[in-house]
Design a protein around this ligand. Sequence first.
Ligand code: A2P
Length: 219
Amino acid sequence: GVYEKVSIPLFYGWFLFQDKIKCTAMDFLKTLDSLDAFKKHLADFPVETEKEVDLEQYFHSSWSLHCTTKFCAYGKAQGAKEYAEKTAVQESYGSVWELSLTALFVTPRTVGARVSLNEAQLALWPADADKEAEAAVPGAGALPPGSRAHISLGCAEKVEPVQTGLDLLDILVLQQAGQQGELVEEMELGSLVYFDKGRWLLTLREPVSVKTCFSSVYK
Ligand code: A2P
C-alpha cells in the first residue's frame, strides 16, 4: 500500500550532533588559500582571478552534516529495500555512534572529511557502495569496503554533494596506485599533500572523533 511505498527514506546515514568539524575545515580552507603552494596551482580552479580565491566563499553547504551510508531514493535506488530490511540497519536505527575522521580533502568541486569506519560500522555499509562508483571513478571497485565514507562539507557552484564521495575515491585510487602526491607542508592539523588537478589532501595527525546518530532522511 501507500504507506509501504513511502517507508523507504531518501537516504540513511550517521548524523552529527555538532558541526565543529565544519569550523575546523573552514579554518583549514582559510590557511590553504593563503599558501603560496596553493596560489601556484590556482589555475586548477575555475576562477577568473589569477591571484587568489576565497575558498570559504567558493564552497557552499546548506545541509546538516552527515555521513551517508545508503542513498535509497525512497526505494528507487538499487538495493534500497534490501538495505532497509537488514537486521544491522533496523537494530542500529536511532543509536549513537562515534565516527573517526582521518583526513580533509579539497578539490575544485568539493570539500569533505574522510571517515574511517570500524568493523561494527562497516556492518551498516552497503555491500556495493564502492563498486557502484566504478563507472564514475575507475578503480574504485577495487578499494576496501567503506572507502567512500565521508562527510560533505561544501560544494562549488552547480556541484551536487554526491560528488564529494567520488572526489574522495578518486584520491584514494591514486594513492592505491602508489602515487604519494607532493608533500607541501607539515601543518598543525597534519600533513598537506597535493595531487595535480586541484586535489588537496590533509591527513590528520590526530583523528577527530565525532558523535553521531544513525538515522535517515525523508525530504
Ligand atoms: P553525500 O553523501 O556525498 O553528502 P541530495 O540532497 O542530492 O538528494 O542527496 C542527499 C544525500 O545523499 C547527500 O548527502 C548526498 O551526497 C547523498 N547522495 C545523493 N545521491 C547519491 C548517490 N547516487 N549515491 C550515494 N550518495 C548519494
